[in-house]
Ligand binder design. Structure first.
Ligand code: LLP
Length: 421
């Protein structure tokens, strides 16, 4: 459930009519609903009410906006970060260092050192050499690094190949059959405080089966580690819960997910860590855009909007579906292709879609754009970096400025030797 709805025929974010935001900020613009973020954060936590000992770390890659992180920190969420930049954001948003998990397959030595210096609560190791380097860094600081080993359980998550991470050929995690021996070796290093294991098999999972299969394997590994004399106090179950992108999508609810987790992990006797991203952020945001032209097409007309693949990359990258609705629908429909102005055919959001009838100048939104939307934006075609607005009741604020093409141009230099005398 989200807080984007029609009132008097006009699409609102909570109590703010979207045309008011278009007027004040221009388009394209991402619009987030604070009430929806809060609701999703609470529903996910309530879904896990059968899990006594847990910590939820929002996967901030889904939406790293500072105001969003601030809001989620107020809801008691920590952060799952995958770069020094994300770590800095989580800290800047007021998240306690101990509530932050550092994941990622390519953490540099510099990033690991910064994590130690900041007192990050958990570092998920992806390979043995990384563990050795982290142990050395911690030892030289007279401390022990809190860490887990991320395991690749070799489970097909049944999602898009580009967002699948738990099959053995993927770059992520340590193969599960090698993990116990590696745990033995790393646990002997004085600079490491190995707390347990982590896994994450993919994103936008439409079915709980693969997650349950992965967690079953993780449970067997925990038992094996204990047989070998290790004290396992933590298991990180990653993120991955999918969201409905279309009104008739049926996905497992956070309550379904939580019930499965509670059942499978009943005897584990650990603190469970969670790293949800999309399920918190996806339906808390829309991308507001204005129709530039309706161009006659050979089969269907092209509705050309002022948002493009550089603002919302998901359709071009993953053939993703985002519902597209008029801000002030007339009740009439049309079948159209929806495309942006960028100079490649991949800059097409949908082909032959049944949509509200639109004309030049009309406003429309792409829905479910709160996760992996603004954060994946670029300035391709020398377009401005898209701004972000947070709505909270009847208030709204720009929480990320539009970075103008001129500002980006001003950061570039022509070396003296190229300048003609
Ligand atoms: N934890 C780890 C280690 C991850 O790699 C991810 C996502 C998450 C948690 C959060 O997963 P979520 O709950 O959001 O499914 N750009 C793609 C999605 C990439 C997901 C990458 N990892 C998209 O737009 O669909």
């Amino acid at each position: 459930m989200d807080h984007f709805s029609y009132k008097n025929g006009i699409l609102h974010a909570e109590d703010v009519p979207l045309p008011a935001i278009a007027e004040a900020v221009g388009t394209p613009v991402y619009i987030y609903s604070a009430a929806t973020f809060r609701r999703h954060a609470r529903v996910f936590r309530e879904g896990l009410s059968g899990v006594a000992d847990k910590h939820i770390a929002f996967a901030i890659k889904a939406n790293p906006n500072l105001a969003v992180l601030h809001l989620l920190a107020q809801e008691g969420y920590g952060a799952d970060v995958v770069s020094g930049g994300e770590m800095a954001r989580a800290l800047a948003a007021g998240m306690a260092p101990g509530a932050i998990v550092f994941s990622g397959v390519g953490k540099t030595e510099g990033e690991l050192a910064r994590a130690l210096d900041a007192g990050i609560g958990q570092i998920n190791l992806e390979l043995e050499e990384e563990g050795e380097v982290l142990a050395r860094l911690a030892h030289s600081r007279g401390t022990r690094a809190p860490a887990t080993i991320r395991v690749n359980p070799d489970v097909d998550a049944g999602t898009h190949a580009k967002i699948s991470t738990g099959r053995k050929e993927n770059k992520f995690g340590v193969p599960i059959d090698l993990a116990a021996d590696m745990y033995d070796r790393l646990s002997r290093l004085p600079g490491l405080d190995l707390k347990g294991v982590a896994c994450h098999i993919g994103s936008q999972l439409a079915d709980l089966g693969p997650l349950e299969a992965a967690f079953g394997r993780i449970g067997a590994l925990v038992a094996e580690l204990r047989r070998r004399g290790h004290k396992v106090s933590r298991v990180d179950l990653g993120g991955g819960v999918g969201v409905p992108y279309r009104p008739d999508d049926h996905l497992p609810s956070p309550a379904d997910y939580g019930a499965m987790v509670a059942r499978v992990t009943r005897d584990w006797d650990v603190t469970l860590m969670f790293e949800p991203g999309r399920v918190i952020a996806g339906n808390a945001g829309v991308l507001l855009t204005r129709v530039t032209w309706v161009k006659p097409g050979v089969v269907h007309p092209y509705v050309i909007v002022d948002a493009a693949m550089n603002d919302l990359a998901r359709p071009a990258l993953y053939d993703a579906w985002h519902d597209f609705v008029a801000v002030e629908p007339s009740g009439e429909r049309m079948t159209a292709n929806i495309a942006g102005p960028v100079c490649e055919s991949g800059d097409t959001f949908a082909m032959g879609r049944d949509i509200d009838r639109l004309a030049s100048g009309d406003l429309a939104v792409f829905r479910t754009a709160g996760a992996y939307g603004a954060t994946m934006a670029s300035t391709y075609n020398s377009r401005a970096l898209v701004p972000e607005v947070l709505v909270d009741g009847d208030r709204f604020a720009v929480v990320a400025d539009r970075i103008a093409a001129e500002t980006i141009l001003a950061a570039e230099r022509v070396p003296d030797w190229l300048v003609q005398g």
